[in-house]
Design a protein around this ligand. Sequence first.
Ligand SMILES: Cc1cc2nc3c(=O)[nH]c(=O)nc-3n(C[C@H](O)[C@H](O)[C@H](O)COP(=O)(O)OP(=O)(O)OC[C@H]3O[C@@H](n4cnc5c(N)ncnc54)[C@H](O)[C@@H]3O)c2cc1C
Length: 457
Amino acid sequence: MKELQRLVEGRVRVAGDAGFEDATRPFNKRYADIRPTAVLSVRHAADVARAITWARERNMPVVARGGGHSYAGYSVGAGLVLDLRGLGSVRVDPVSGLVAVGGGTRNGAIYQALQRHDLAIPLGNSDEVGIGGLVLGGGVSAVSRAYGLTADALVETEIVLADGTALVCNATDNADLFWACRGGGGGHFGVNTSFTFRTRTPVPSSTCLLLWPWRQAAQVLAVLQKIMAQAPDQFAARIGASRAGDDPGVVSIIGQHLGPAAELRELLAPALDVARPARADIADRGYWGAKDYMYHETSGEPFAVRTRCTPKPLSDSGIQAIVDAVERWPGSTNPDGAGVALFAWGGAINRVPVADSAFPHRDTLFLVSMDTSWLPSDPAHTVWSNLEWLDGLHEEMGNYATEAAYVNFTDPALTDWQSAYYGPNYPRLAQIKKRYDPDGFFQPPQAIRPLGKEIRA
Ligand SMILES: Cc1cc2nc3c(=O)[nH]c(=O)nc-3n(C[C@H](O)[C@H](O)[C@H](O)COP(=O)(O)OP(=O)(O)OC[C@H]3O[C@@H](n4cnc5c(N)ncnc54)[C@H](O)[C@@H]3O)c2cc1C
C-alpha cells in the first residue's frame, strides 16, 4: 500500500489504522464484518484515476464509497475502497440555476447550499445518503411526483473509467454513458467524480403524519391507496403498515404536499372519515420545513429490504396479504421492527419515456417496499426467521405486484435482478458496459456484464 500512497494525495489506510473503520463502515450493520484490503480517502479526481490504474495493474477490485448507505453493503468489498467523502464540494450558480457537486457529497451538504439560494432538486430524505448512489440508481424523493427523479434533474457528470481516463457525459458528449448514469445503479461503469443538476424554485408546502390503530388496518390502507391513486402530482406520500417489539402494529401515512394544508386536509378527508386516527398532524410548512419533517430516521442496525412495483392500487386481497404478514412477523429486538411501505411514485416520474434513461419504472403507482430488521445480539434463529418471513412475503406479493424492483433499495436475494431492476433497459446497459468497461473491471455484486459476457443468475 506504500506504493499507492506515493501516487496519491489522499490517505491510504488498512485495517487497524485510525480512521479505517470510519472510511469503510457500511450503514447497514448486517455487512459490518466485510473487511476491504485498504481504503483510499481520495483528495481529488486525479487520485481516483491513479488508484484505479494502480489497482487494475494488480488485478485488485475497486469499489467506490459515497455515503455508504447501500442497503446491501455494496460500497465495501474485498479489494480497494475509494472513500469519496473528499469530493464533497457544492457550487450553486444562481444565474444558470445549476448546482455542481463532488461525487462523494452527502445530501445534507447539498440541501444546505441549495437552501441558502432557495433552489431545489429532488433529493432523498436522509442527510447522510451520498449523491453518487442516489442519482446513479434514480433517486426518488417526496417531491418526485412533481419534480421527477434526482436522475431526471442531472445534466452532466464526470466519470473516471476502468482505464483511468476521465470523461464528461451529458446529452451530447458520451450520451450513452450519460443515459446509463441515470438509473443504471452505482459502481458499474466507473467512478463518478462530479454531478451537475438543474435546479428549480421550491414552493411552500404542507405535510401530514397520520397514524391509525392496527384494528383498522385493512380499511385504512384501502382508502389511503385510493387517495394516492387520484392525488395531484404535488402530493406524495409513504403509506406504512408496520410493527416493532410487542406492538400490535400501526398504519401510517407521511407525506409532503406542494400546496397549503387546507388542500391536504381535503385530499385526506376520505381517510379521516373512514377511521379516526390516533394521531393526526397536518400543517403548513415552508418547503424547507417540509423537507426536515420528511426526514426518515433509522438506526442502521441490521436490516433487509425487498421491493416490487405496482402500476395500480393493490387489490383487497393484496392488502389483506400485507395485514396478515405483519401480524405473522416473527419479531426481533430492533426497534425499527418490520413492515410494508407503499411509496407513491408516478406523476412527473412517469412522464419520462422508459427508453430516455436507464431507470425503467415509469409506469409505477407504488413502490411496494417490504422490510425487516434485527439486532446483532438477536439469536441466529431470529435472524433466520426474519429473513424467511421477508422472503415469504416477497413471494406472496408476487400475486399482487410486478417483479420490478428498485435498484437503490438493493436486494441481494433477487435472482432475476437484471429484469427486475432494469426491465427492457438491461440489454442497452450491457452494450454500454461493453463499450466503456469491456473487461468488466468494475464488478459489484449483481454486476452489469459487458454484452457477450453475460452470466445469467
Ligand atoms: C437512511 C436511508 C435513506 C434513504 N432514502 C432514500 C430516498 O429518500 N430516496 C431514494 O431513492 N433512496 C433512498 N435510500 C436508498 C439510497 O438511494 C441508496 O442506498 C444509495 O445507493 C445510497 O447511496 P450512497 O452513496 O450513500 O451509498 P454507497 O453505499 O456509498 O453507494 C451505493 C452504490 O453506489 C456506488 N457509488 C456511490 N457513489 C458513487 C460514485 N460517485 N461513482 C460511482 N459509484 C458510486 C457504490 O459503489 C455502491 O455500489 C436511502 C437509504 C438509506 C439507508
